[in-house]
Write a protein that binds this ligand. Structure first.
Ligand SMILES: Cc1cc2nc3c(=O)[nH]c(=O)nc-3n(C[C@H](O)[C@H](O)[C@H](O)COP(=O)(O)O)c2cc1C
Length: 185
């Protein structure tokens, strides 16, 4: 798949085929893409915690808000964390969220390229997630990402449309892009 095609094709998937395992080789490629992202002063302030066992998936699901209950269909859950040891001082504090965001977008595009679905989520209880997965204090959970093969016949996703902003309509080009000067609307 061409890069631009993968960027256009990516969309949030909220129903997966739980029984279709994600191949380790693909998982590694996706994570490699994530950690290849640029970062402020090359600090690479990210860490990816991959969760696949029944026990740990359950811990994430328990930490999720009701709006993300659909994640129980995802065979793989990835927690994107910021490593506070990798950033210090005012300048790097400004960039770490941006840095992790860049890595996450790489991850999403690589997954699309390999035929997998993803959904980034922020609807979780940080304390529960920390405790459930025994995340050391130095790591800050930024987003929880669902990963897997998209379900062929979807039952849940149509039911939760609207609640989860699952309508992925994009703003018009003219509304969000300006050449030379921003016109006040
Ligand atoms: C930072 C962030 C947090 C998000 N949190 C959630 C979430 O908690 N639950 C959910 O279902 N979708 C969540 N989404 C997915 C957005 O709703 C989705 O990206 C948006 O509606 C655009 O749709 P698309 O991803 O299909 O293009 C989140 C996306 C981002 C980038």
């Amino acid at each position: 798949m061409e890069t631009l095609e993968a960027i256009k094709k990516r969309h949030s998937v909220r129903e997966y085929n739980l029984n279709k395992k994600v191949e380790q080789e693909k998982l590694n490629k996706i994570l490699e893409a994530a950690i290849s992202a640029p970062s402020g002063m090359n600090r690479q302030p990210w860490h990816f915690l991959v969760v696949q066992t029944e026990k740990n998936r359950k811990k994430v699901l328990e930490a999720n808000l009701l709006v993300n209950k659909w994640m129980n269909t995802a065979p793989v859950i990835i927690i994107a964390l910021a490593d506070s040891k990798a950033f210090y001082g005012r300048e790097s504090e400004k960039t770490y969220l941006f840095d992790v965001g860049l890595a996450v977008e790489n991850l999403l595009i690589a997954a699309t390229d390999l035929g997998l679905g993803t959904c980034v989520t922020i609807g979780f209880d940080e304390k529960k997630l920390r405790e459930g997965l025994k995340i050391p204090d130095r790591y800050i959970p930024i987003v929880v990402i669902a990963l897997g093969y998209e379900a062929e016949n979807k039952i849940i996703e149509p039911l939760i449309k609207g609640i989860t902003h699952s309508i992925n309509k994009k703003k018009n080009f003219e509304e969000v892009v300006s050449f030379e000067k921003i016109e006040e609307i």
